[in-house]
Design a protein around this ligand. Sequence first.
Ligand code: SF4
Length: 506
Amino acid sequence: MTVEHTVEPWPAGVHPVRGVGDAPSVAGTAGTTNPPGTAGTTNPLGMPGAADLPGTVRAMNLPDTVGVGGHAAQRLLALAAPDLLGHHRRCGPLPWRGPGGPLLREIHDAGLTGRGGAAFPTWQKLAAAAQAACPPGADRPGRRRAGTGGGTGRPRAGGTPVVVANAAEGEPESAKDATLLAAAPHLVLDGVQLAAEAVGAGEAFVYVKAGSAAAVAVRQAVAERRAAGWDRCGIEVREAPATFLAGEASAVVAALDGAAARPRAHWRPLADTGLHGRPTLVHNVETLAHLATIARWGAAWFRSVGTADEPGTLLVTVTGAVAAPGVVEVPYGTPLGDLVGSRGGAVEPVGALRIGGFAGTWLPGGVAPAVPMSREGLASWGATPGPGIVSVLPARACGLAETARIVGYLAAQNAGQCGPCVSGLPQLARSVAGMAGVAGRDTAPDGENPAQAASRSLRLAALVAGRGACHHPDGVARLVHSALRTFAADIRAHAQGHCLGSAHLT
Ligand code: SF4
């Protein structure tokens, strides 16, 4: 089926908005929460009290969504506070909810989905881990499989669940998790504690990119909370290697288990049997921060921005040919033109946008400004927001060469375990490199001209998709398919011996 897309020019003006680099000061939230010592709290740092008992939404004022330029909005970033006292002043005490029901109901009603890329309903992962927390050997009636973390109908391993906050952020272009953790570590740790309490976890981990400022910030924050008695469940900080696949959920569990950070076949969901065979809940750190805001201010507040099907905000790393590359927070459904404008706008004519990172999807620059940043808005382009990355390719750049660079990187990053990765991705990388070459000027790796290399790339991408133990080959295939579609005229030009860049797309 052919999908009609409206072609709109990039906006001449932009909509400047404060990004994360300058956000954490006040951002309009002063005085939006009750001060420390609110009725019901039992100590100056707000340990559980009557107002924080399960099922209650604390009677604090709702924080504003801070926005400039019509669409940009800040919630998580507006709550930035690197130390516990500042966090408490801004957010109030931790709203303990007890195990199971109350928090899950709110997360369900809020419609929160994972912000790590898969967008799985958060409440379902919580419910699966909570249900799996039964004594070893017990056999509960199975539920329908609901993706990673869903029920399987098989006997469950049981045991005390484990919660993991995932900030491995293996996507080379992504900076949103590190930015959030460095700016608001306590908001993320609140989410860890609330999730741990909801599923009855006995321990929790924050898995963060090694050597990053975020790792330093979260270690300090964990120590601060421990000293203040804020945490009921012990939290350990572990560092992740800087590899593309380090943040894949099963690779996270493998690394915490002391093995290499490589994906493993999901023959049983991690919610059934993860770290040390125990039910394991792996959530992206942004998801946990949103969870902490919903626990405080409720589902209706969360749903007051975004779309009906995709409520709330998401953090997006905007990179490439923009005035101020960085992280911005926007409601789902924000047009890509406004989103790029929120980082100062494009600094030169735009050829294409890549949405979702290295394993994402190319969109022609001419249509992109009006396309909403949401799964629904991007679906007709075969794209998703993924882990929240928008990369701007200038019109003078060659999209084929850029694709070849990325596919070469992704092929080298495979975990060397499955056929599609071990032999398929290197072949695909060679074909895409051949497609990026210019006939008569470059030496094609396999002696093919760019048009022949494009046909072979199409065949190879179809062969590797859906065949790996994890989704790594799928992401590479998606990128290649979108490049073949978006840069079709470039391939013809390369075959005729010249390179257009991507200027013809605008
Ligand atoms: S598909 Fe590739 S990355 Fe995924 S487990 Fe297999 S070899 Fe590793």
